[in-house]
Design a protein around this ligand. Structure first.
Ligand code: NAD
Length: 263
């Protein structure tokens, strides 16, 4: 199946590693131009180099802290300056800290809203006019299976991602007639640094070891294992593709069957 991604320009937020990094690799292999961003210059440059080596398109890497107002907008602005448009925008950022309601200060709540909701609004606001003008666009938000089944001890993530889901569904209705689709792809337990951090946080709280926490998680996944970042990225690439033109307003879980809900 030709995904029709060659020559398209994709902005992938928070892409120096983990899920964003895997998505950037996938797009590069499909021949797209890829715009990457993350906070750490060195790690980002190394990731961009490896993404560049995978495809025929260009790779633009920009240091950006998406928790800062205007940083996401600037990434999109530079992408448009370099490539003339943004066809695909993947909204992503580091996950908020683990914890229960009484663990988090009002500042922690504001930071989570800023990083995991507002940065997506900002980047989308910056990219939409070009997508609408070209009458083609894909906005894809990396959220979490927690929007279908909230995860204990992750109250910040559970709450803010539900807000992203409400925004995305509403936006998908507003821009569909312009040829722009808006969907969410929901990682289940996927083997990245974020998972290692969450396993350590759970281990600290329960007195177990991080590796035994991971084993427990794997036991409740019907697939019997964690997902790999590229398994997640393949679904994002399909959702971004020409072939997914009638797929809109959805939240698609990539979780090896972990979510027990019907849809
Ligand atoms: P990760 O920690 O492995 O990678 C996060 C990426 O975001 C890195 O490239 C990092 O440099 C970048 N980043 C972090 N904060 C940033 C900031 N302020 N500005 C710019 N870049 C920033 O995480 P991951 O596993 O790839 O997860 C990506 C998202 O998916 C997170 O929001 C996470 O909570 C969510 N998620 C992940 C899983 C999983 O199993 N991995 C499950 C559910 C949800």
């Amino acid at each position: 199946m030709d995904l029709g991604l060659a020559g398209r320009t994709a902005v992938v937020a928070a892409s120096s590693k983990g899920l964003g990094g895997a998505v950037a690799e996938e797009f590069a292999e499909e021949g797209a131009n890829v715009v990457m961003c993350a906070r750490g210059a060195e790690e980002l440059a190394a990731a961009a180099e490896s993404v560049r080596a995978r495809g025929s398109g260009e790779v633009l890497a920009q240091v950006a802290d998406l928790s800062e107002l205007g940083a996401g907008e600037e990434v999109v602005r530079r992408a448009i300056e370099r490539f003339g448009t943004v066809d695909i925008l993947v909204n992503n950022a580091g996950g908020p800290p683990a914890g229960r309601f009484e663990d988090h200060t009002p500042e922690a709540w504001r930071a989570a809203v800023r990083l995991n909701l507002e940065s997506a609004l900002e980047m989308t606001r910056a990219a939409l006019p070009a997508m609408k003008e070209g009458r083609w666009g894909r906005v894809i938000n990396i959220t979490s299976v927690s929007v279908k089944e909230p995860v204990d001890n992750l109250i910040l993530s559970n709450s803010v991602r539900a807000a992203v889901t409400g925004w995305a569904k509403t936006l998908s209705n507003e821009v569909a007639a312009d040829g722009v689709t808006v969907n969410n792809v929901l990682p289940g337990f996927t083997r990245t640094q974020r998972m290692e951090q969450l396993a350590s946080a759970t281990a600290e709280r329960t007195g177990a070891t991080a590796s035994s926490v991971m084993e427990q998680w794997e036991k409740v996944i019907p697939a019997g294992r964690m997902g790999e970042p590229r398994e997640f990225a393949a679904v994002v690439a399909f959702v971004a593709s020409e072939r997914a033109s009638y797929l809109n307003g959805l939240s698609i879980a990539v979780d090896g069957g972990r979510t027990r809900a019907l849809y």
